[in-house]
Write a protein that binds this ligand. Structure first.
Ligand code: SF4
Length: 396
């Protein structure tokens, strides 16, 4: 088995449904689920609910499955935007390494570490939203709720197989306790509902739990290609101009299914040039030009491994037709349009978390818990150290 066949490092597909059911049935554990923005895009079509019913329906489904607390992963998308955009603006000001690549897709991060380690300095140091959420729940929520970290079992529910590998990276198990204990895909979540004979009529829609309940429309957009860049632009433009962004919140030119999209945003003399790439092969020409030292004409580059972004993740049910993908995207866009907060930096729960815990964006504590480092992985067979360590962690 060689990861060369799968540049995302996602070949080791494992189901953790059994582990999660065991944790739910263990009275000594508080079992927490957090669920990614893109998962609601399939809830809508699978259960036949409208876009505005998808989030409360999903929270109700997870409670019915037996999770003690259900948090919205979109909260971590908002946290990622505040950290990553602050890092971007610091690089601009200090003339740091540019362009900055996003780092929220573990498939893309694995690809860089294996195939293009020369561009590691261009990658944002931000952890992915999954690992930011895990570190926040294990370090902030455990204190707030008075639960020992060892008794808190954290489950991430995502459309992504690469995130299974990511959760087992040794650096995400400080002091031997993993930040994310198990990762299940949206397809596995639906299977769990089948195994428990849960039907649509059994599900009572409800709100996500405190203290990560409020989320922004910008964070919801993370589930589709262009969403990370769009959310970052909504913050970067405000910070660069010093004025609140009240209109032109929609950057439609970077949405959709094309492999490479771009936008240049100019406001009050400030200019941000963005490229949005989905599908790893589409990143190669730009990456190779950067390695040659050429100016590529972008400041911020979003890369998502799956064509169209996480709504097309391999952990989702396979769409029968392309219009299913468009429908998935429209669920997210409609939720954003009708959200009370449409900018990550305005999410009141995010602001409170900084005030009470992290201090400020990119603070020392934020760097400790929300940022990471990357290492070149030389050799592409399964005997490399990172994979070996991840495998042995999985067995424990
Ligand atoms: Fe995972 Fe694909 Fe989303 Fe990347 S784009 S985070 S590989 S689902």
């Amino acid at each position: 088995q060689c990861v060369n066949a799968c540049p995302c490092g996602a070949l080791r597909v494992r189901t953790e449904r059994g582990k999660v059911f065991n944790a739910i049935n263990d009275p000594s554990k508080t079992v927490v689920a957090f669920v990614a923005p893109a998962v609601r895009s399939i809830i809508s079509s699978h259960f036949g609910v409208t876009y505005d019913e998808a989030s409360p329906f999903m929270a109700g489904l997870l409670k019915k499955l037996g999770f003690d607390k259900v948090f919205d992963f979109t909260f971590a998308a908002d946290l990622t935007i505040v950290e990553e955009t602050t890092e971007f603006l610091t690089r601009v000001e200090s003339k740091g390494v540019m362009p900055q690549f996003t780092s929220c897709c573990p498939g893309w991060v694995n690809y860089v570490e294996r195939k293009y380690p020369e561009i590691i300095p261009h990658l944002s140091t931000c952890k992915s939203p999954q690992m930011m959420m895990g570190a926040t729940v294990k370090n902030h929520y455990s204190k707030l709720a008075g639960i020992d970290k060892k008794d808190l079992y954290v489950v991430s529910i995502v459309p992504c197989i690469a995130k299974k590998f990511e959760a087992y990276r040794p650096e995400f198990a400080p002091e031997g306790i993993r930040d994310v204990d198990a990762v299940i895909t949206s397809s596995e979540m639906l299977k769990m509902a089948d195994l428990k004979f849960i039907e649509t009529k059994d599900i009572v829609p409800q709100e996500f739990d405190e203290p990560y309940k409020q989320v922004s429309g910008a964070g919801i957009l993370f589930g589709a290609s262009g969403g990370v860049a769009e959310a970052a632009l909504r913050m970067a433009v405000e910070k660069l101009t010093g004025k609140a962004l009240t209109d032109h919140l929609d950057f439609e030119e970077i949405r959709g299914f094309e492999g490479v999209k771009e936008a240049t945003v100019e406001a009050d003399g400030a200019k941000v040039r963005v490229a949005v790439i989905s599908g790893l092969h589409n990143a190669e020409p730009i990456v190779e030009r950067i390695i040659k030292g050429e100016e590529v004409g972008y400041d911020l580059i979003e890369v998502m491994a799956c064509p169209g972004g996480c709504i097309c993740g391999a952990g989702h049910p396979v769409p029968e037709k392309i219009d299913s993908l468009e429908k998935r995207q429209s669920v997210l866009v409609n939720i954003d349009k009708t959200s009370k907060y449409r900018k990550s930096q305005e999410n009141p729960d995010i602001l409170r978390l900084y005030k009470e815990f992290f201090g400020e964006a990119n603070s020392h504590l934020a760097h400790e818990l929300l940022h990471t480092h990357y290492s070149p992985v030389f050799g592409t067979c399964s005997c490399d150290n990172t994979l070996k360590k991840a495998d042995s962690a999985f067995k424990t």
